[in-house]
Design a protein around this ligand. Structure first.
Ligand SMILES: O=c1ccn([C@H]2C[C@H](O)[C@@H](COP(=O)(O)OP(=O)(O)OP(=O)(O)O)O2)c(=O)[nH]1
Ligand SMILES: [Mg+2]
Length: 152
């Protein structure tokens, strides 16, 4: 399914020296977000930097949200993941898209302007209302969790 998102360019580098986010392939679930930097940024082991993307999106529809998640290669090979683990973009957020980059690895990692640092996935959202009850209709599982069914 495709969807049209409102997007504001906040930094003149976007669309000039830094490409707009885009899907790498026809079947990509995530569009790669690029670091809107003026100069290379070295993230030392253990450090977290909040990196601008130079764009804002306005999702508008409350039944949608966007998630920002790590790119597998950066996360697995270089330890570059997100300081918030997963970023969640609310449908009413209109500010700049920011990526919290955490170097959980052992080596310094340098991000160049325009590097693809994370990916954004648009997802459906269901907002919950509560129905307050005294008892639930009992299930086999009941309150069992956290490994209650064993490891295998
Ligand atoms: O990786 C992220 C995570 C969030 N945001 C923006 C969009 C999101 O809608 C807003 C608020 O995020 P969230 O609700 O996760 O943070 P909070 O700490 O609860 O802030 P707030 O009190 O503003 O809701 O910040 C980003 O740009 N990047
Ligand atoms: Mg919040």
């Amino acid at each position: 399914m495709t969807h049209t998102l409102q997007l504001k360019i906040l930094d003149p580098k976007i669309g000039d020296t830094i490409e707009l986010p885009s899907y790498g392939t026809e079947g990509s679930a995530g569009m790669d977000l690029r670091a809107c930097l003026d100069e290379p940024l070295t993230v030392l082991p253990g450090e977290t930097h909040l990196i601008k993307t130079g764009i804002a999106i306005y999702i508008e529809d409350p039944s949608l949200a966007a998630t920002i998640i790590p790119r597998s290669g950066l996360g697995h090979k270089h330890g570059i993941v997100l300081g918030n683990l997963v970023g969640l973009i609310d449908s009413d957020y209109q500010g700049e898209l920011m990526v919290s980059c955490w170097n959980r690895g052992q080596d310094a990692f340098t991000i160049e302007p325009g590097d693809r640092i994370a990916q954004m996935v648009l997802v459906p959202v269901i907002q919950a209302h509560f129905a307050i009850v005294d008892e639930f209709v009992e299930t086999d599982r009941g309150a069992g969790g956290f490994g209650s069914t064993g490891r295998e």
